[in-house]
Design a protein around this ligand. Structure first.
Ligand code: ADQ
Length: 458
């Protein structure tokens, strides 16, 4: 049987729990099959040379881990400036937040070449290689240029925007053409696949046909949606664990009879946190019965703090939270509890379960695993209601959530009110339909379907 080789920017010991959608999902896929996980070590060498880095290998159960250090210049240009300063905002439709001034494409290319060079030395002829996410789009093209013939697949965890937005990225055509070096390109949603096909048609003068084949400049690739899921069994087991139960009890004690709205994410501008706070303020204004009776608990863990846009967002959120609490708060009621920290994974289900409403309202999101975790953590006899942005990839699958447009503050406030008021029969019906889909398309289904397709892709 072929060995599975996974490549992603950050890697983690699959036996330990990790925060971050990609690490959790990929770790679970690799733990099942065994194989090699290759990526950046997380170490920055201040005195290193651009395009060079030491390789480290270790064994974690069935999985071999291989990592490369980056020098400061490579880290800044590849990771901070190009991946997170240009690709992340543009792929999330935020041209206003992209910083094109650094022009660090050469650093991005250099690190992809470095990874390809180091990885090639570890490869066996019949390996199957699965590359993840926007940091590593050109990796297969670099490997092919070095003569690698293995089967290679790519999965994009974030959304793919329409062609005219992509076109803002310097040398976007080079970037998108490099996807054709893979045998299979996977996206989170059908909308992303459509954007890829349109890009090939309009920008590369290509075409698409049967069997998910997209063609451009004489090259072909298969492009399909594989919506990522969570490990439902694992999360249900966590929900029954001591830590989750403790967390739930603690929330009950602290908030008494008040209804809770719960939001959990990395502090990122794609997650729509400001818009959520606007809607909560509107809820308190339009439906005053919620004053003193409803609390928003918002956990936003620190993320990419050395990227300027994230620092600004943090300041704005703190000031918005302060103004809502100042305008509406009482001596015995704080409307918004905003916590700028992460919560241990074992405790998370208890937090989700304490929320009568789960607020997952990104402005744009590849999938959004928090939405799925919230549903799975609920008490199936008395479940909470998921309020979900129509701009999360998960919206294509999760029809039974209450879907909102996060830009429409009044509509979001009205929908939150509807969720707070929803009777048990409707909550049960929606929850059971969501659970069925979640179980059928969990993380194991995701990786198995993807890998079976990749195996069949030549
Ligand atoms: P993320 O942007 O990281 O992932 P998401 O899919 O919600 O977003 O995954 C976040 C994961 O981290 C979840 O498992 C969640 O429990 C955990 N997490 C988030 N905030 C936390 C906090 N404050 N404390 C503790 N744990 C926290 C990217 C894409 C998504 C895509 C995933 C997987 O942006 O669209 O769904 O990859 O493909």
């Amino acid at each position: 049987m072929s060995r599975l080789v996974v490549v992603s920017n950050r890697i983690a010991d699959p036996r330990k729990s990790a925060a971050g959608g990609l690490a959790v999902a990929v770790g679970q896929a690799l733990e099942t099959t065994g194989g090699l996980w290759f990526g950046w070590s997380g170490k920055i060498r201040e005195d290193g040379t651009p395009g060079e880095g030491e390789l480290h290998t270790s064994q974690a159960g069935k999985v071999q881990l291989a990592t490369v250090d980056l020098c400061r210049e490579d880290y800044d240009s590849y990771y901070l400036n190009h991946s997170n300063g240009v690709l992340w905002p543009v792929f999330h439709y935020r041209l206003d937040l992209a910083d094109f001034s650094t022009n660090d494409l050469s650093g991005y290319r250099r690190v992809n070449k470095l990874f390809a060079h180091k990885l090639k030395a570890l490869l066996k002829p019949d390996d199957i290689i699965w590359v993840h996410d926007y940091h590593l789009i050109p990796l297969a093209a670099e490997l092919r240029a070095m003569g690698c013939q293995q089967r290679m697949g790519f999965f994009l965890h974030i959304p793919l925007p329409p062609p005219l937005i992509m076109a803002a990225i310097p040398q976007h055509d080079w970037l998108m053409r490099s996807l054709f070096a893979y045998d299979l390109v996977g996206f989170q949603s059908q909308a992303d696949v459509t954007h890829f096909r349109h890009y090939a048609e309009t920008e590369l003068k290509g075409s698409y046909g049967p069997d998910d084949i997209v063609e451009a400049s004489g090259a072909q690739v298969r492009a399909k949606a594989f919506p990522i899921g969570i490990d439902v069994d694992e999360f249900q087991t966590l929900a029954k664990g001591k830590d989750a139960l403790e967390m739930y009890d603690q929330m009950q004690k602290t908030y008494g009879q008040r209804k809770l709205l719960v939001g959990v994410e990395r502090l990122d501008y794609s997650k729509g946190l400001r818009h959520r706070l606007y809607a909560f303020r509107q809820l308190l204004e339009s439906y005053p019965e919620n004053r003193g009776a409803t609390t928003l608990v918002q956990i936003a863990s620190p993320s990419r703090e050395s990227v300027e846009a994230y620092d600004l967002l943090r300041q704005r959120l703190e000031s918005l939270t302060g103004s809502i609490n100042g305008d509406f708060g009482e001596l015995d009621w704080t409307p918004v509890r905003y916590i700028h920290r992460s919560v241990a994974r074992k405790r998370l289900p208890g937090l989700y379960r304490s929320g009568s409403v789960g607020l997952v309202t990104p402005l744009r999101d590849g999938m959004n695993l928090v939405a799925k975790e919230y549903v799975v953590a609920q008490n199936e006899k008395d479940p909470g209601v998921l309020v979900l942005s129509r701009f999360a990839g998960a919206a294509e699958q999760l029809d039974e959530a209450l879907q909102v447009n996060p830009y429409d503050t009044a509509q979001m406030a009205e929908t939150i009110q509807r969720a707070l008021q929803m009777g048990l029969p409707e909550r049960l019906e929606r929850h059971s339909a969501l659970m069925q889909r979640m179980k059928a398309q969990d993380v194991h289904w995701w990786s198995q379907t993807y890998l079976a397709d990749l195996n069949a892709s030549r």
